[in-house]
Design a protein around this ligand. Structure first.
Ligand SMILES: *Cc1c(COP(=O)(O)O)cnc(C)c1O
Length: 379
């Protein structure tokens, strides 16, 4: 039986543009290759002539884009002989780390803020068999501890400060450019630790420069010069990063001491890729903006109710922000816009159910009359 057409994940798919060799064993769960869904109803509802697509990263194997980075980080950790990985997480990195460690047969240690991660993500870390440390502190405290302990114990850090994470995550832009035949005019996404906005930019630059593989030139952020290396093609998107108002260091211009937001995936006060993300926004002539929690939840509901796309709160910041900027004319009519919706709505059922107090949920007897009445009175 031939397996030639079986999709086996993004390391295999983009081997010639990733820092792996022809023989590197990919640790994969078939991540990537996610749908780019064109919104049908929201542009009409907001009354604007725009093409909006959502890149539905919630359909990755563990339900978020973190799988793109984790397949690369764990592939390289295993190649280099590591027996254990560690991360600090607001939930999705720990879920991905735990799953890919299970797949590779190595240990995963995860530090999460006690009581502040969504239920689905908690279930994942436990099911995949990670050793979970709930810390009485936030993500930024966890990140600091992970960096310190990696010098004292034989563990590989798989947070996005691990450069292989961004290498995996850049493939999202490859897929978008392949699907649209060009880069969008605007790319909107939520920003927490700011690794993903950096990875998007690296990927777009590489994809649009579009060299043949044998002269492929990699793009990375060079801290010494505060520049991205490599080609500078025309036709790159304007990058727009949205933060939650209670966790918006890029809007404040400094780290935020005690970040707070319902969008727990971006509840981060001290982004590790600060300079990278500033350079992305500078080079793409983009901007950062912030949303109140109420705006984030409204956008989450809108995307579910009018497009059938259920994402977690952090992910909805991209669509909420984009709609606001389209309405304000900051994003012009006629534009092609892609929003990364970073994680699956099923990750955080508690927040979803809480805001659906007005959902139609009838309690009836098991009789034909009551079922029929329920239909007719709700048509
Ligand atoms: C990690 C994460 C983000 C933030 O990505 P950064 O690279 O940290 O900016 C946004 N949404 C979801 C669902 C995430 O898991």
């Amino acid at each position: 039986m031939s397996n030639a057409n079986r999709y086996t994940g993004l390391v295999d798919r983009y081997r010639d543009r990733l820092p792996v060799s022809a023989t590197t064993r990919a640790i994969s769960l078939g991540e990537g290759n996610t749908p780019l869904i064109k919104l049908e109803n929201i542009p009409r509802i907001i009354g604007k002539d725009v093409e909006i697509y959502v890149k539905y990263e919630g359909l990755n194997p563990t339900g978020s884009f973190k799988d793109r980075g984790m397949t690369m980080a764990v592939t390289k950790a295993v190649e280099e002989g590591s027996k254990a990985i560690i991360c600090a997480s607001t939930g999705n990195t720990s879920a991905a780390a735990a799953a890919y460690a299970a797949r590779a047969g190595i240990k995963a240690f995860v530090l999460i803020p006690e009581g502040k991660i969504a239920m689905g993500k908690m279930a994942q870390a436990m099911m995949y068999g990670a050793i979970t440390m709930q810390i009485r502190g936030n993500f930024d405290d966890g990140m600091r501890l992970v960096k310190e302990v990696a010098d004292q114990a034989p563990v590989t850090i798989v947070n996005s400060i691990n450069p292989y994470r961004l290498q995996g995550q850049k493939t999202i832009a490859y897929e978008i450019v392949e699907a649209l035949g060009r880069a969008p005019d605007y790319h909107c996404l939520p920003v927490g630790n700011a690794g993903n906005i950096t990875a998007h930019w690296m990927g777009y630059t590489e994809a649009v420069a579009n060299q043949p593989a044998d002269q492929f030139e990699q793009v990375i952020y060079d801290a010494a010069t505060d520049q991205f290396t490599g080609p500078k093609p025309e036709g790159l998107p304007t990058m727009v990063g949205y933060q939650a108002s209670g966790a918006a260091p890029f809007l404040r211009g400094a780290p935020v001491e005690s970040p707070e937001t319902v969008a727990t995936a971006i509840r981060i006060g001290n982004p590790q890729s600060w300079n990278h993300a500033k350079a992305v926004v500078r080079d793409s002539k983009g901007w950062f903006d912030e949303l109140q929690d109420s705006e984030i939840l409204e956008a989450q509901r809108l995307l579910s109710m009018y497009e059938g796309v259920f994402v977690e709160p952090a992910s909805a910041a991209s669509i909420g922000g984009a709609i606001r900027d389209i309405k304000a004319g900051k994003i012009a009519e006629g534009s092609v816009i892609v929003c990364t919706v970073t994680g699956n709505g099923l990750k955080d059922p508690d927040t979803a159910i809480k805001q659906c107090a007005d959902a139609v949920m009838l309690s009836i007897d098991a009789t034909m009359d009551q079922v029929k009445d329920s239909i007719l009175s709700n048509m």
